[in-house]
Ligand binder design. Structure first.
Ligand SMILES: [Zn+2]
Ligand SMILES: [Zn+2]
Length: 333
């Protein structure tokens, strides 16, 4: 099968993803084989490719926002019929037995596998995945629109949950890429007011179109104090600025898997019971809950579609903030 393969980590400007012919995977007994139709491009893919996340598997096929069709089931994988449209996200498998899995926090599993990082992902014509970690994709979303729901959407949703934002609350977003442009639609649905801080004027414009009450530069202070804020950009230097924008008791949620170092800051910024919390992965329950809400409120994803062969170009564009919404690879029809 055709795949985009990473043999060694490198700067994306050197176009390190090779267009290769690789052996098609076969499903184990609890797995399904999925013919990939679309795969979202996520900033975490960039972190995998550029080596900000320590290499796990080499070579590896990146991609963890996979939408496709079940083509074949393992002997014990009867959950989805052949022909079902399904999604595969970042959390590929957990051990199911560690203290975190047993206490409902499988996102923190001690022995997890991650799609497109520790196992091959969706920048390919086929992928296998454990049926228990595969999602049904709601009808009504074309493949390309559905793909960004699987990481940008689910992680944004978990970030919103952890922010504790309520109706009438004021919520700041730092960075306005794929995750934020989905999360704002849910935050608005919940009745929160959203303030978007992002360096890119196209992203500011998109935020206003999607109902932000205000949009400004990353370091502009929003006009009102915030109950909570989510930092989507992988830039630790934003943390003090975002803390400064919070009310007493406010929560700052860090939505990324990788972030540049956080500079030291005055304790005053944190005092008065402000909290900082990171988000790590998601539980399957988050994914199921999010996909249900996404279908109910008809989340609209703005996507820029690239053919699989142009994965390097899509990732370069993402690195340069040149994507309005989410980048998606079209793999097959
Ligand atoms: Zn576990
Ligand atoms: Zn992702």
């Amino acid at each position: 099968m055709k795949a985009r393969l990473l043999r060694a980590t490198a700067a994306i400007e050197s176009n390190p993803l090779e267009y290769a012919d690789v052996t098609m995977p076969q499903p184990k007994s609890d797995e399904v084989l999925v013919r990939v139709r679309a795969c979202g491009v996520c900033r975490t893919d960039l972190h995998v490719i550029e080596g900000e996340l320590p290499p796990c598997k080499s070579p590896v096929i990146p991609g963890h926002q996979v939408v496709g069709i079940v083509e074949k089931q393992g002997e014990k994988a009867q959950r989805f019929a052949a022909g079902s449209r399904v999604g595969i996200a970042w959390l590929y498998r957990t051990d199911g037995i560690c203290e975190y899995c047993r206490s409902g926090a499988e996102n923190l599993c001690d022995n997890p596998s991650f799609t497109g990082y520790s196992v091959d992902g969706g920048y390919a014509e086929y992928i296998v995945a454990p049926q228990d970690f595969v999602y049904a994709i709601p009808e009504g979303f074309p493949d390309e629109q559905a793909a960004p729901l699987l990481c940008a959407g689910i992680i944004g949703f978990r970030s919103l949950r952890l922010s504790g934002i309520k109706a009438g609350g004021r919520l700041g977003f730092y960075g306005f890429g794929a995750a934020a442009h989905v999360a704002i639609q849910i935050a608005r649905h919940w009745g929160a007011e959203v303030f978007a801080c992002t360096r890119d004027v196209r992203h500011q414009k998109l935020a206003l179109e999607l109902g932000a009450a205000w949009a400004g530069d990353t370091y502009d202070e929003p006009p009102k104090k915030l109950d909570a804020a989510i930092v989507f950009a992988p830039a630790g230097e934003i943390v003090p600025a975002a803390l400064k924008a919070l009310k007493k008791g406010g929560a700052l949620i860090l939505g990324g898997i990788h972030m540049s170092p956080i500079p030291s800051f005055s304790y005053d910024l944190l005092y008065q019971e402000r909290v900082i919390r990171s988000v790590a992965n998601n539980t399957r329950q988050d994914g199921e809950d999010f996909l249900r809400v996404a279908a109910e409120i008809r989340i609209c994803t703005h996507v820029q579609v690239f053919p699989l062969a142009e994965a390097n170009r899509a990732l370069n564009a993402l690195k340069n903030d040149a994507i309005a919404g989410a980048a998606v690879l079209r793999v097959s029809n």
